[in-house]
Design a binder for this molecule. Structure first.
Ligand code: F0G
Length: 460
């Protein structure tokens, strides 16, 4: 039995937002009307919303007060200065370009660094990163450690780069075709799994040999640092900020979606240590995002990010954050729900094919579970499986990823442990009807990014 540890969230609640529980019959009707796609639901009809941890966190009173002080100058605002200072202090990068969110940062950086036929290696690229690579006619290659594919082992750093394979890939393609390597911390597409400091160091050393720059996709850098502290012996009790500084000291730059570990509702940036690269990126920031000191954000957004970066690396906050994710994961595991192990930082990932073996993968097993979870408990999750994987652009066939997953992503500082109990209860209810759950088929299938707008019906 997973016992609740006696410690609590390191904050008290100052403002609340009402959530509403509707009846199961209402949910059945609404999800049918939504074409069995939870992206089409209205959030007011969702009881507990675990669709994403992106931009859904609760800001602190300090962030809100920084927002009030936000300086709304078009150029050279005080808020921008604060952001620049925070990034320099925490990550050690002198040059910063704000962007509207993470994918904006990818667009600005890749506009300079990535061209047709290039090869961008990473542990596991996030969807938007992959898309920004492929749209330029370049190739996105995943090079995560093979341990990542064993979802039951205790291996503590399943986000690690496979350094042997990395070197083989560099030899195969040649360093001149590889403008950068991108390490995503934590590795969202691999289940929110961390990358160890040892692996970061080793990867950096290999890349140095071939003169290839190393970048971080830093969306969840603070959660990664917490895992380094708790799972890597050499970093036991080392202050988080020191771990973060060391992580970034090996890198040439980073892109960040601040909607995650900077705990804001919108924003991102590119951070660099090369004045030349910065200079080249500025023109694309101006074209796509906005002038170089605001990048599509308001001054108050910049100020909230600056403060949020410090909120995000607070040890007590991170401890309760990761504890909450583990609390949910361990309770689900105890209830017999198969999940990716170890539990990731921002989300619990349920292995739908193992949970609902009677639904063939052609009938979108994980999507069927997402729908039933909403019907039973009003919990909104997201499918990370066959629907998300789209069709092969050449053969037109469905792509079946190795795992069909349901992600329960937990917004930061938003829900309590009691809400997690409700999620566990929803799974208990799903378990009771498990054998009766039916698969789905498309009634509408868009050509690209189908998981956002597709519509389904039950296979009878
Ligand atoms: N990189 C990672 C690792 C991400 O998880 C995301 C977004 C992005 C980049 C893009 O950032 O949304 O600000 O443009 N992940 C969200 C999610 C959407 O639900 O996991 P963005």
């Amino acid at each position: 039995m997973f016992e609740k540890e006696v410690f609590a969230e390191p904050y008290k609640i100052k403002m609340v937002e009402k959530i509403r529980k509707i009846t199961k019959a209402e949910r059945e009707k609404l999800v049918r009307e939504a074409g069995y796609n939870v992206f089409n639901l209205k959030s007011r009809d969702v009881y507990i919303d675990l669709l994403t941890d992106s931009g859904t966190g609760a800001m602190s009173d300090e962030q809100w007060s920084e927002m009030l002080k936000g300086d709304e100058a078009y150029a050279g605002s005080v808020s921008f200065e604060k952001l620049q200072k925070a990034i320099d202090d925490i990550m050690g990068f002198k040059y910063v370009l704000p962007t509207h969110q993470g994918r904006g940062a990818e667009n600005v950086l890749f506009s300079v660094m990535v061209k047709k036929d290039d090869v961008i290696i990473g542990n596991m690229h996030f969807d938007t990163t992959k898309a920004h690579i492929e749209v330029r006619g370049a190739h996105a290659i995943n090079c995560v450690t093979k341990e990542a594919f064993d979802t039951n082992s205790d291996y503590p750093f399943k986000g690690n780069i496979d350094t042997e394979k990395l070197e083989e890939l560099i030899k195969e393609y040649g360093p001149e075709r590889i403008p950068l390597v991108m390490i995503t911390v934590t590795c969202n597409s691999g289940g929110g799994q961390p990358v160890s400091m040892e692996n970061i160091k080793k990867t950096a050393a290999i890349l140095k040999k071939y003169n290839i720059p190393m970048f971080f996709d830093a969306a969840r850098f603070a959660e990664n640092a917490y895992f380094i502290r708790t799972r890597e012996d050499a970093y036991k009790n080392v202050p988080i900020i020191q771990i973060v500084r060391e992580m970034f000291s090996y890198a040439n730059g980073a892109t960040m979606s601040c909607k995650k570990d900077a705990i804001v509702n919108i924003g991102g940036f590119v951070a660099l240590n090369s004045p030349d690269l910065y200079q080249q990126c500025t023109q694309f920031c101006v074209i796509y995002e906005g002038f170089v000191t605001y990048g599509g954000l308001s001054g108050r957004d910049l100020a909230a990010i600056a403060q949020g970066l410090y909120d995000g690396i607070d040890y007590e906050y991170l401890k309760s954050r990761i504890y909450q994710t583990e609390y949910l994961g361990k309770k689900l595991r105890e209830a017999g729900v198969p999940i990716i192990w170890p539990i990731g930082g921002h989300a619990v990932y349920v292995n739908a094919r193992e949970f609902l073996p009677q639904i063939p993968k052609e009938e979108f097993t994980a999507q069927a579970l997402v729908v039933q979870l909403y019907i039973e408990g009003g919990v909104r999750s997201v499918e990370i499986g066959t629907v998300l994987a789209d069709r092969d652009p050449i053969t037109g066939e469905n792509r079946y990823p190795e795992l069909d997953l349901v992600r329960l992503a937990i917004p930061r500082r938003t829900y309590t442990l009691s809400h997690m109990d409700v999620v566990v209860d929803a799974f208990e209810k799903v378990k009771k009807v498990k054998d009766k759950i039916r698969g789905l088929r498309f009634t509408y299938e868009p050509k690209v990014l189908r998981h956002f707008t597709a519509r389904f019906e039950f296979v009878s």
